[in-house]
Ligand binder design. Sequence first.
Ligand SMILES: *Cc1c(COP(=O)(O)O)cnc(C)c1O
Length: 432
Amino acid sequence: MICENLGVNNLGHLTFAGVDTVELCEKYGTPLYVMDENRIRHNMRVYTGAMAKYFGENAGCLYASKACSFKRLYEIAREEGFGTDVVSSGEVYTALKAGFDLKKAFFHSNNKTDEDIAFAIDSGIGYFVCDNIEEVNAISEIATAKGVTQNILLRLTPGIDPHTYEAVNTGKVDSKFGSAIETNQAYEITKMTLSLPGIKLCGFHCHVGSQIFDSEIYMRSAEIMLSFIARVRNELGFTAEILDLGGGYGVRYIEANPYIDIDKNIKELAAFMKNTVSQLGIPMPTVYLEPGRSIVADAGITLYTAGTVKKIPGYKNYVSIDGGMADNPRYALYGSYYTVVDASRMNAECDMLCTLAGRCCESGDLIQENIRLPGDIKRGEKIAVLTTGAYNYSMSSNYNRLGKPPVVMIKDKEDYVAVKRETLEDIIRNDV
Ligand SMILES: *Cc1c(COP(=O)(O)O)cnc(C)c1O
């Protein structure tokens, strides 16, 4: 199986984190997000362990909470010594309510509103990662009016195409994110930032994309960023304290995706960066990484109940489920791959090529095409979509007035509710 927290028990049921998934469906109903707390902690420890081992004291890990954000996750991140990335007042508020120390929070996004900025400053946000000069100006004004000095980083685009999907490509020069080094805008914005009141420039950030398997990409972007740091140190007399290299390490959605050894990648990156800073004659900045997907993706699955099985002879077979794009829009958005299994009958022969269709009134509401399930699959059987811990719950909607599924966490084989199921009353909560 694609992750070691998956298994099959003697009833032929899928197990996840050592728990029978069919029993979970009976206990909590479907659709159901299930998350493996031990796996989240394990994934976090791989990062914190490697960063401490290879970069030493001067390094840190930030959980990119947009991958999956609810109170319990900020508690886990805090307990594991992670900082966090947030991108909205909603994420700031959730972190705050979870008792997260916002000094360790970095506020991203390409367009922070004045309200976001004011709210985050009032909440004691550690850093803003500014995307462009308008944003730097806005933060400078708001911080000055509040009589505070706000720490910021500047988001730069190193100009790297990480050869992944276009839609999640963010390090290229023409990206909507950041200021490009190549066009000299990065240099100009740095110069302007250094002259503004109410803000303290602490360093630079980049994020070249997502679902990256090639560690070369991080070395190349680190090299470009460190060269830029050397240039502004020489020409502007500014020494960056922080270099944040973003997130993006890939995960296994399907068997064809490779295993990625994060520890080894970080080891190579650290050795490369130590060599680069000594060649450039600059001090090593504090290095941050911001994993999101690689922390939570394989710590999550989604469980559904099969409904209509529609066979269109000579054309296509559909298996419909009681969820869909409202709880997982990723296939509809950008054709993401997933592994789909019949959780009720893991040992049955998967002899039917089919499409897993959602229940929303939208023909694009598919979870996956060209998958294999048992040809005699029946209404009522439980279907599991694997590796859904990232960008599923956090991207979910109430389309068709569907209530969002709950998130059930498993810790040491014990299940508990981390997010409740939305009720019909929740659906009309704001209707007047
Ligand atoms: C999305 C994002 C991340 C996390 O990316 P993953 O692919 O989930 O690891 C990190 N940093 C920034 C700025 C992001 O936008």
